[in-house]
Write a protein that binds this ligand. Structure first.
Ligand code: SF4
Ligand code: SF4
Length: 88
């Protein structure tokens, strides 16, 4: 997995990374049977957590905040939002 660091100009002590993954109650899981790797979801992710590994779309949980935008925008409905506890 490629390393990714994000900074944000919030606060008065300069630029720093926000731990947006700590905001997450649900997480996106790609249904590989439905996904055609079109990449549309990656253009909507506000924290740039969706990337291609070879030809396959993957989602990094490092900064994913569980907003569900990717699932909402996927034309194939190939992303399920799963409770962090493990149930849908
Ligand atoms: S938008 Fe949907 S079908 Fe396209 S790459 Fe993302 S998960 Fe797969
Ligand atoms: S749930 Fe939100 S933050 Fe996480 S990958 Fe999808 S669009 Fe990005």
């Amino acid at each position: 997995m490629r390393e990714r660091k994000y900074i944000t100009p919030v606060g008065d002590e300069g630029l720093y990374a926000l731990d947006t993954s700590s905001w997450r109650n649900v997480r996106p899981v790609i249904n590989k049977d439905k996904c055609n790797n079109c990449g549309i979801c990656s253009t909507y992710c506000p924290v740039n957590s969706i990337y291609k590994e070879g030809k396959q779309i993957e989602i990094s949980m490092e900064y994913c905040k569980g907003c569900g935008v990717c699932a909402n925008e996927c034309p194939k409905k190939a992303i399920d939002m799963i409770n962090e506890g493990g149930e849908k």
